[in-house]
Structures are given as C-alpha cells and as structure tokens.
Design a protein around this ligand. Sequence first.
Ligand code: DX5
Ligand code: ZN
Length: 220
Amino acid sequence: MAALIAPSILSADFANLERDLGRIADADYAHVDVMDNHFVPNLTLGLPIFERLAKVSPIPLDAHLMIENPDRWAPAFAEAGAASVTFHAEAAQAPVRLARELRKLGSRAGVALRPATPVEPYLDLLAEVDMILVMTVEPGFGGQSFIEGTLPKIRRAREAVSESGLDVWIQVDGGVSRETIERAADAGANVFVAGSAVYGAEDIPAEIATLRALASKHTH
Ligand code: DX5
Ligand code: ZN
C-alpha cells in the first residue's frame, strides 16, 4: 500500500493560503483543519473559505472537522468539493447515517478518534467508512508532540481492516515528522498528516518526498 502524505495547512500562512497550497502540490491531499472553538479550544476556518480553497487547490482536499454537530455541517463540505470529509466520533450523533450521506455526495467518509477514544466500537462498522483517523495528539493545535500511546490503537485498527478485507485507510494526525512517521507506518497507518514538519521545512517538496519515502519503508 502506498503511503499518502497530507500536509496540514493549519501551519500555512493564513493570509496566503492559495500560495501555500501551491507549495504542497506534490502531496497527495491538502489537509484542512476546521475548528469551531467548541469541540476544540481553537477557531480556524469555515465553509466559505473551504469552498474557495476547493476551487484553487492543485490537489484534493481532506477536510478534518473538529466541530460539534457534524451531522448538521459535514455534508456541506462534501458538496463544496472535499475529496474526503472526516468527522469526530465523539461529536457525531449518527455516525453511520452521516458517513452514508457523505459517500452519497461523492466524498470519502472518515471517522476521527481522539487519543482516549477507543477504536473497538467502530471495528464492526468498517464497511461504512473509507478512513479511520487516529489522532496522535489531542486535537486543537499544531506543533504538539506525538503521543506514543496511540500506536497500539493504530495496530488494532490495521489488524481489523486486514481481517475484514476492506480497503479502509488509516490516517494519523499530530506530531508526525521524520522522527515519528516510521513508527506510525509500522503500526499500520497509510495516510500521514503533517503540519509543522512540512510547512516548517526549508524545502517543502523535499520534506514531502522524505516523509513519503520513510513511511513507504513500512507500509505493507
Ligand atoms: C491538530 C490538527 C492537525 C495539526 C497537526 O488538531 O488536526 O492537523 O495541523 O499539526 P502538526 O503536524 O504540527 O502536529
Ligand atoms: Zn487535522
């Protein structure tokens, strides 16, 4: 399985988002962190900006919705052209209904788990989603350090996906860098979000290539 790199524009220059999307044109997805200051104690951007990003981005958008009431708001991100929409398990009222709605709108559907949220309740529902996002930091901010204790959850998720025979992706987000990406890949992740590691790099395309190469050594 190829390792997919999704730089997070949370670490981009918010006054130059189009320019900074151009800088990650070699990546597989642009990860867009939507925060509402309720589900997480931070506020980023909403639908009107996302709609514009979808129009100007050279690569597909991966929306990560850290918001309350995703049942109400997530479908609009699919309608805006997101290639993938991920909502939080802790916030969704009816995750299966919402995932089905997102897929019907032509988007991939992802379910995200905070570090302390168990993956087990979702393992029987793998057929309903395209991706599980195992948060490797507490959501809300870039630049935090990778929580090693999330690795067993990634491993259990990968084992269940393999057993199921389904093509469900496993994404990691938070503290992903040259130092941590190999352990995440070895545990079974195949989609890697990196904000500060990519946008903080001197040579962004080279950093994306390095992260992809390191992860690819371990993705099976
Ligand atoms: C955190 C966000 C991440 C964030 C990752 O809540 O979901 O996508 O941008 O940033 P880094 O890679 O700097 O940890
Ligand atoms: Zn994110």
